[in-house]
Each structure stands twice: as C-alpha cells, then as structure tokens.
Design a protein around this ligand. Structure first.
Ligand SMILES: Cc1ncc(C[n+]2csc(CCOP(=O)(O)OP(=O)(O)O)c2C)c(N)n1
Ligand SMILES: [Mg+2]
Length: 323
C-alpha cells in the first residue's frame, strides 16, 4: 500500500512506543517520590500518534510540540537520557536542565520545542513553514496540537494563512477526547474536528490514533503533499488520554467503560498483534525488554548527573539565541 511503513520502520515505531511508555511510567513514579519539579503530562495510550506521525520525517524537518510531548520528542529522534535529565533538572538534559518537561527542544534534531501555551505550537509551525517556503527548501514543518488547542482563534488564523499561501505544514490534531478535565462534547459542537479543514480548502483525514501504521500512512501522504509545494493537510488522530490531565489531576471523571475499551486497543498491543506474525514473538519481546532497560539506565544516569551551574548556562545561551 502506498506510503506504508516497512517492517523495519514498524519495529522501530514499536520500540519507540515502548520507550515512551516506560518513560511515562517511570516519570509517574519519580513524581510520586518527589524527584521531579512541577506536574508531568503523560501521554500513555497516545504513543502511536507522536511516534507514527514523525517516523517518516527527515532530521531537517521541523516539529513543534505541546505540553504533552514525550512521544513527539522520542519520535523525532531525541534520546531518552537527554529528555529524562532535562525533566530531572540536570546538566546533561537537552536544555541544560533549565527547560523542564514542557519546553524541551533541540535544534539539531528539528525539535523546535514543546509549548506550555495551548495552541501556540500551531502558529509556530506555520511560521517555520513560511521560512522554508521563502528559503526554497523541501523540508516540512509539523505541529502537534490537542482537541482543546483546536478551539483557539490562532488555530483558525494559522490554517487560513497556511492554505492561502500553500505553506508546507502538516497539522496533526491529537484528539484525546479531553481538554483539562473537560470532555470534548462540551468544548465543540462537532465531534470530528477535521471537518473544519474544508473551510480552508485543506485536505483532511480522520485516522485511528492508536494504530501507528494508520497514523504513518495518513501523515506520510500529508508530508509528501507539503514537500511537493501543494500546501497544508490536517490529520485528526482519534485517541484517548489514559492518565489524568497531569500528575496533579485527582481524576475520577473518566468513565470506567471508556478506559477499559481504549485499554483493549492500547497502541503497543495493536502494534504487537500486527507485527507478531511477520517478526515473531521472541524478537518483539526482546525489542521491548531492551527498550525498558534503555529507559531505566537513562533515568539512573540522569539521577546521578549534576545539577546545572552558570557554566552550563553559558554553554546553552548561544543555542537559545540561535532560535
Ligand atoms: C493559552 C492557554 N490557555 C489555557 C491554558 C491552560 N491549559 C493547559 S492544558 C489545557 C487543555 C489542553 O487541552 P488539549 O489541547 O486537548 O491538550 P491535552 O491536554 O488533551 O493533551 C489548558 C486549557 C494554557 N496552558 N494556555
Ligand atoms: Mg485533549
């Protein structure tokens, strides 16, 4: 099928989803133990969106993320140690331990940053797409944003200008059904936000956000379109937030039936089931065990790493200026 990932790419997506899952689990534990600063926004159950949507990107393509960005970071190629160390406030973190988990960025990998301002990833990527177009390259800019962020005014302004100017941007709407503690049905009169694409003449597609292969196919089509200079696309990935809004959320408002139904379609289970015949159970289990061990080792090393000093700040300052 056109734009389908190879078996090697599918194994790599599986590996990255397990990396993210283990990272989320360990961050949850570390938060409870008082070792992280501030709340953590976990993306358990949503890994297939961030990992599947970034799997076909080149290093030079840009990605802007949200407050719930761990799968976007890992998908786009950031290493687990640099992420974990940043979240633990250590010198070896991607931003010298000064950014925290919502603002991680690394220019060399095209990760232009997480974002604590809801909706702000959208105009940021649109502007980057304009810079690509002006410079005449074939890179693309991709933004992730949530169903809550889709209700902001800047989302509509960005989509309108991106379509008008045929900017090489891919809008990836990560629809996890909730904005904070508020269900989507009381945020918008339309269940499928992708229908808004028609209002801007932007091609849009709804995809099963718990199936990394389905996400990959839809996004790869959108990326190719952007590279050909045909403008933006919108991919709405339907998924579900399995944890609270953040580690500060006491929960209790998500239905047990919904949680059970989505748990049965866990993206790692979906990926395992679809790969096992071609790859074999033993190989997949080995991939999973190695991913878990990689995260655990990265976190142990991060916990041992030094806290930032002024010297680190001097080292990272030119990086910050280069944005
Ligand atoms: C401009 C702005 N308004 C409000 C907030 C508070 N806030 C943080 S996350 C959030 C909900 C975001 O929902 P969604 O975009 O669906 O992302 P999700 O948390 O589901 O990943 C809100 C309202 C904020 N950070 N920035
Ligand atoms: Mg949401």
């Amino acid at each position: 099928m056109k734009n389908s990932p190879s078996t090697t790419e599918r194994i790599e997506m599986h590996r990255k989803m397990v990396l993210v899952r283990r990272l989320e689990e360990r961050l949850g534990e570390l938060h409870k133990a008082g070792k992280t600063r501030g709340p953590i926004h976990r993306c358990d159950g949503q890994e297939a969106v961030g990992v599947g949507a970034t799997a076909m990107l080149a290093t030079s393509d840009y990605v802007t993320s949200t407050h719930r960005g761990h799968a976007h970071y890992v998908g786009k190629g950031l290493g687990v140690h640099g992420i974990a160390a940043e979240i633990l406030g250590r010198e070896t973190g991607y931003c010298g331990g000064r950014a925290g988990h919502m603002l991680i960025g690394e220019k060399a990998s095209g990760v232009i940053g997480g974002n604590a301002i809801v909706g702000a990833s959208i105009p940021a990527a649109t502007g980057m797409a304009l810079s690509i177009q002006v410079r005449g390259g074939s890179d693309v800019a991709m933004c992730f944003f949530g169903d809550g962020a889709a209700q902001t005014g800047i989302c509509h302004e960005s989509m309108n200008i991106a379509a008008l100017w045929k900017l090489p941007v891919v809008f990836v709407l990560e629809h996890n059904q909730y904005g904070l503690t508020v269900h989507h049905s009381v945020q918008s009169p339309v269940a499928d936000l992708s229908i808004r694409g028609a209002g801007y003449a932007i091609p849009s597609e709804i995809v099963d956000g718990n199936d990394a292969v389905a996400v990959y196919r839809a996004v790869a089509t959108a990326v190719e379109r952007a590279r050909r200079g045909e403008g933006p696309s919108l991919v709405e990935a339907k998924t579900y937030r399995m944890q609270g809004f953040s580690t500060s959320d006491m929960g209790g408002y998500q239905g047990e039936e919904d949680l059970a139904a989505w748990a049965a379609r866990d993206p790692i289970k979906v990926s395992f089931a679809s790969l096992v015949d071609a790859v074999g159970q033993e190989r997949l289990e080995q991939v999973e065990q190695e991913a878990v061990a990689e995260v655990d080792a990265a976190i142990e090393a991060a916990l041992e790493a030094p806290l930032p000093t002024f010297a680190v700040f001097e080292k990272t300052a030119p990086y910050a200026e280069s944005f």
